[in-house]
Design a protein around this ligand. Structure first.
Ligand code: ATP
Length: 433
C-alpha cells in the first residue's frame, strides 16, 4: 500500500547522509556552512542529470555547442555584467544575539526569529561575490572574482565560439559548471549553497526573435521536467512583473517546484535582450555585433537564457522520487527515480555466497557495457531489496539454485515489486539495454 507522504527536509538530508549521496564538506572539521561534497551515488545522479539536461536542449531551430569557462574572472568582466555594482543582498544583524539575516526575508517589526529582541543594525548592502587576488601583488590589476554565475563566460567567448564553430545565428551555447555566491544565509541543504553548480544555456538570436524564442524555451524546459518524471502537479510557472525583473532582463519566468518549505524557483528563463553583449562591447572595446548577410547590416544578437541549478535539481528529484509504502506488513522507503537518473541501474544478488561466481558472470556482462551495477552478497534477499529500493535501483536480479538448472534469474521491479523469471540470455533485451 502506498502512502502519499511529503518527505520533510530532515528526511531527505538523513537519507543523503545515510546512503552516501551527499556529505557536509570538511565533515571531520565540523563542516563548512553552505558547502557540500557528493559521494559515489550522488556523483552518479549528478552525471545522469547533466547528460539528460544537455540532450534535452536539442532544438530543430539551431545548434547547441558547449564551453567550459574558467571559474576565476577579472574584475572588468564583473563590472561590465553589473555584478560589482549590483549583485547585492540586503543584510541586517540582531544586536542582541548577533544573528545575521537577509533583510528582505523577514519582517523586522516582529523581532529576531532567534531571540525575540527587536534591536537591529542598519540594513547594509552585501555583495555576494567571492573576491580574490591573482598572484602575489596586492595591486588592483590582479583583483578577480570567483564567478557568481556561468553566463558571463558564454558572453565573453561569444566571438570565439562563433569563429571556431561552423554555426550561424540562431544557436545556443551551453555550459555546466560551478558558481559561487557568498549567500548571507545558506539554508535548506542543497537549495541555497555558497558553492553550487549551474547548467545554463544562452540562445543567441535576431532581436525580433527573442520574444517568440522565450516562449519556445519555456515550453521546452517544461517538457524536460515532464520527461525526467517530475510530478507536474508540483511544477508551476511564475512570470516576473516589471518591478521584479533583474537589471538585465526584458522578460523573465521562473519554473517553480513545490518544496516542503514552499513554492520555490528551480529554473529561471530570461529574455536578456542585447544587454550582455552590448555591455561587454562597451567595456572591452571589442565589437560583439554580427553581420547579417541578407540585410547587409550589423546587429547585436539578443539572448534567451535558461538557467537551472544542478544541486537544486538534485534536491528536487529526491523530494519528488521519495515514497514510503507497506509491503507484506513491512514499510519500505523507495526512491522512484526515473531509470535514467537512478545512480545504480541493476543490482545483482546471489541467493547465497555459494552462487557468487555464477552471479558475478552476469554482473560483469552488464558492467562491461558501461552500465552502473552493484553486486550485493550480504543480508537476506529482502534486506538487499530494501537497500536497493532506498537508492532507487530500478531492477534487482537474483540468482538462485534453480538458475543453475534453468538458466533463468528472478528480475524484481522496484516500483511494482513484481518478480519475473527471465532467461539470462534474454536479460539485456528484457531490461532494454
Ligand atoms: P534565488 O532567487 O533562489 O536566489 P536566483 O534568481 O538568484 O535564485 P539565478 O541567478 O537565476 O538564481 O540562478 C539560476 C539558478 O541557479 C536558480 O534557478 C537556482 O536553481 C540556482 N541557484 C541560484 N542560487 C543558488 C544557490 N545559492 N544554491 C543553489 N542553487 C542556486
Amino acid at each position: 500500500m502506498a502512502t502519499d507522504i511529503v518527505p520533510s527536509l530532515e528526511t531527505i538530508v538523513s537519507l543523503c547522509k545515510r546512503r552516501g549521496f551527499v556529505y557536509p564538506s570538511a565533515d571531520i572539521y565540523g563542516g563548512l556552512n553552505g558547502v557540500y561534497d557528493f559521494g559515489h551515488l550522488g556523483t552518479l545522479i549528478k552525471q545522469n542529470l547533466r547528460t539528460l539536461w544537455i540532450h534535452s536542449l536539442n532544438s530543430p531551430r539551431g545548434e547547441i555547442v558547449q564551453i567550459e569557462g574558467a571559474l576565476l574572472g577579472p574584475e572588468a568582466v564583473w563590472k561590465a555584467s553589473g555584478h560589482v555594482d549590483g549583485f547585492h543582498d540586503p543584510m541586517v544583524d540582531c544586536k542582541a544575539c548577533k544573528k545575521r539575516y537577509r533583510a528582505d526575508e523577514l519582517d523586522l517589526k516582529k523581532g529576531c526569529p532567534s531571540c525575540g529582541n527587536n534591536d537591529w543594525t542598519e540594513i547594509r548592502q552585501f555583495n555576494m561575490m567571492f573576491k580574490t587576488q591573482l598572484g602575489a601583488s596586492e595591486s588592483a590589476a590582479t583583483l578577480s572574482y570567483l564567478r557568481p554565475e556561468t553566463a558571463q563566460a558564454i558572453f565573453t567567448n561569444f566571438k570565439n565560439v562563433l569563429s571556431t564553430n561552423r554555426i550561424k545565428i540562431p544557436f545556443g551555447i551551453a555550459q555546466m559548471g560551478k558558481a559561487f555566491r557568498n549567500e548571507i544565509t545558506p539554508k535548506q541543504f542543497l537549495f541555497r549553497m555558497r558553492e553550487f553548480e549551474q547548467m545554463e544555456m544562452q540562445w543567441f538570436c535576431k532581436p525580433d526573435q527573442a520574444a517568440p524564442e522565450f516562449e519556445n524555451w519555456v515550453q521546452q524546459r517544461l517538457s524536460f521536467y515532464e520527461m525526467i518524471g517530475i510530478n507536474l502537479n508540483k511544477i508551476r510557472t511564475h512570470n516576473h512583473s516589471k518591478d521584479e525583473l533583474a537589471h538585465y532582463a526584458a522578460a523573465a519566468l521562473d519554473i517553480q517546484y513545490e518544496f516542503p518549505f514552499g513554492w520555490k524557483e528551480l529554473e529561471g528563463i530570461h529574455n536578456r535582450s542585447d544587454f550582455d553583449l552590448s555591455q561587454h562591447t562597451k567595456h572591452s572595446g571589442k565589437d560583439l555585433a554580427v553581420f547579417d548577410e541578407v540585410t547587409k547590416t550589423s546587429y547585436t544578437p539578443h539572448v534567451v537564457e535558461c538557467s537551472v541549478g544542478l544541486d537544486r535539481l538534485f534536491l528536487t528529484v529526491l523530494f519528488d522520487a521519495y515514497h514510503e509504502d507497506t509491503i507484506d506488513g513491512e514499510t519500505r522507503i523507495v526512491l522512484k527515480l526515473h531509470p535514467a537518473i537512478a545512480p545504480i541501474k541493476l543490482a545483482f544478488l546471489p541467493l547465497t555466497q555459494k552462487l557468487n561466481e555464477q552471479t558475478y558472470k552476469v554482473y560483469e556482462f552488464f558492467t562491461q557495457k558501461g552500465i552502473a551495477c552493484q553486486f550485493d552478497t550480504t543480508g537476506s534477499i529482502g534486506k538487499r531489496y530494501r537497500r536497493q529500493d532506498e537508492i532507487g535501483t530500478p531492477f534487482c536480479i537474483t540468482y538462485d539454485f534453480d538458475s543453475l538448472e534453468d538458466g533463468c534469474v528472478t528480475v524484481r521491479n522496484r516500483d511494482t515489486t513484481k518478480q519475473e523469471r527471465v532467461q539470462i540470455e534474454d536479460l539485456a533485451q528484457y531490461l532494454g539495454f
